[in-house]
Design a protein. Structure first.
Length: 106
């Protein structure tokens, strides 16, 4: 989403807001994975692929995703609004479940 043109296209006008929010959620997990080589590799790829990432990462904002709404632009379905809720396991802090539903569904 952050390092590809497809990600920017998918979120359309809301890309900047959504991307910055996701960086803050990603930052909140940093301490759990800071020593992991895969985490370091992902940070490197994000720095190279997303000019805004370094600024957002440097702001040190911590975010938690709980519930909200996302707007995406699908080449097959046009603009799609989704409502979502996320849940975190008490026993395994790095395990999360996200549930999405079409906001316009009856």
């Amino acid at each position: 989403m952050l390092a590809t043109a497809d990600g920017r296209r998918l979120f359309g006008e809301s890309w900047g807001t959504e991307a910055k929010r996701m960086v803050s959620v990603f930052r909140a997990t940093h301490d759990l994975w800071a020593g992991d080589p895969a985490f370091a590799d992902l940070l490197d790829r994000l720095r190279k692929g997303c000019p805004e990432f370094e600024t957002w990462w440097g702001e040190h904002e911590l975010g938690m995703t709980r519930a909200g709404e996302k707007t995406m632009v699908s080449k097959d379905h046009g603009t799609v609004r989704l409502e979502y809720a996320t849940f975190q396991s008490n026993d395994v802090p790095d395990l999360r479940l996200a549930i999405y539903r079409f906001a316009d569904a009856a």
